[in-house]
Write a protein that binds this ligand. Structure first.
Ligand code: SAM
Length: 378
């Protein structure tokens, strides 16, 4: 879920918007039909109209669409942009689009259902031979010094302020990767490529790469930094490399368990896996450092267990767990029974009013439950 402020910051990211506008300008021919997947504020749809689109399907399930409609109206484009308030995977278009534009990435392109959504939209919503923006993203990794970002520094600073020993959180913290700005990173190796996501052909949302790097900048290193460069269409690109100014995406910093002293010429072998599991990426990053003297250090980390999970919640997933009867929730069961694709909220509220102590309370419960259930579909 993006905040309104987040949508505006995405629009204010000049290199990103200028590159997208140039890619749209080169791809949208007069009268073209465009599918804007994840329209958000409607910015890409409006840029497509500016460059001659005949019609844009602006597909966006989030509530921001209501503001986007107003923005489109304020720019006089309402007759050429149709908003569809669904996920692209649930949308049927009357005819396929000539151009499909999207930015469903987070800090990295491996973000939620980005890739499955693109794979689906490419085959169902785009004309054969139509243009996809972006065309491809290329992921890179390097070793980095990132003293301020490393969990050990965060725990130390928190301890200095509070006087409390926070070391028990260190293990969980080092399973999490974080957003890294340019000023917090100094590369200690040259980068290498770990994946190319060619959106015209990609089918799997997962990546797996094994690479070798050499330390060039001796001293402490704190982990890996991963970023992507994009080619929106041929000849229109931007880069999130750590030596470039920060774009909205920044980079991902994967910490090692502790800061590690390295010498020039040390070899670092990395295996990086990212697997999409129920809409979230499970990352594993394995590091082996071989020093000049033959010394060996290995780390095997994963974001599994990267947030505290209460034991009682974990138990609920056990095959032996016996759930207690749904006491106090009978009314919800009554409401659920009546949701049949014909009755309105009002109809249901009238039917369960007696059990709820009156129509108003019944209506509140019906609309809350319906909103919850419908929300799950998007
Ligand atoms: C990073 S924002 C981009 C907003 C806008 N297109 C831009 O570039 O500034 C991604 C948007 O895509 C939406 N989204 C994610 N997956 C989607 C899907 N499969 N279909 C439609 N919208 C999706 C999110 O709700 C979010 O509003």
């Amino acid at each position: 879920v993006y905040s309104l402020d987040g949508y505006l910051q995405m629009i204010a990211d000049r290199p990103r918007i200028e590159a997208y506008e140039e890619a749209i300008r080169r791809s949208v021919f007069p009268g073209a039909t465009v599918a804007d997947i994840g329209a958000g504020s409607g910015i890409m749809a409006m840029l497509a109209c500016r460059h001659g689109a005949g019609h844009v399907w602006a597909i966006e399930p989030a509530d921001v669409v209501e503001l986007a409609r107003e923005v489109v109206r304020a720019n006089g484009m309402e007759s050429r942009i149709t908003f569809i308030t669904k996920k692209s995977t649930e949308v049927e278009l009357p005819h396929k689009a000539d151009v499909m534009v999207s930015d469903l990435r987070g800090i990295l392109p491996l973000h939620g259902d980005h890739i499955p959504s693109i794979v689906d939209a490419r085959s169902r919503l785009l004309n054969a031979g139509g243009t996809q923006i972006p065309g491809k993203d290329v992921l890179h990794v390097a070793i980095a010094r990132a003293d301020e970002l490393h969990p050990s520094s965060i725990v130390r600073r928190a301890r200095e302020v509070s006087g409390v020993d926070l070391s028990p959180v260190l293990d969980v913290l080092t399973r999490n990767w974080t957003k890294a700005k340019r000023e917090s990173l100094c590369l200690t190796s040259a980068p290498v490529q770990i994946a190319e996501l060619d959106y015209g052909h990609v089918t799997s949302p997962d990546i797996s790469a094994s690479v070798e790097l050499e330390i060039e900048n001796e001293g402490r290193s704190h982990g890996l930094v991963v970023w992507f460069d994009t080619e929106l269409v041929e000849g229109v690109a931007f880069s999130n490399a750590p030596d470039k100014p920060d774009l909205i995406y920044c980079r991902a910093f994967f910490p090692w368990p502790s800061p590690t002293e390295l010498r020039s010429g040390d070899r670092v072998s990395l295996t990086i896996d990212a697997r999409l599991v129920e809409g979230e990426y499970l990352w594993r990053w394995k590091t082996t450092i071989v020093g000049g003297t033959g010394s060996h250090v290995s780390f095997d980390q994963s974001n599994l267990g990267g947030s505290p999970l209460h034991a009682s919640r974990l138990r609920r997933h056990a095959s032996s767990y016996v759930a207690s009867p749904w006491a106090g929730k009978e009314i919800e069961i009554e409401i659920l029974r009546r949701i049949d694709g014909r009755r309105s909220n009002h109809d249901i509220a009238i039917e369960v009013a007696d059990q709820c102590g009156g129509y108003e309370e019944a209506f509140r419960q019906v609309s809350t439950l319906v909103d919850l259930l419908e929300g799950r579909k998007t």
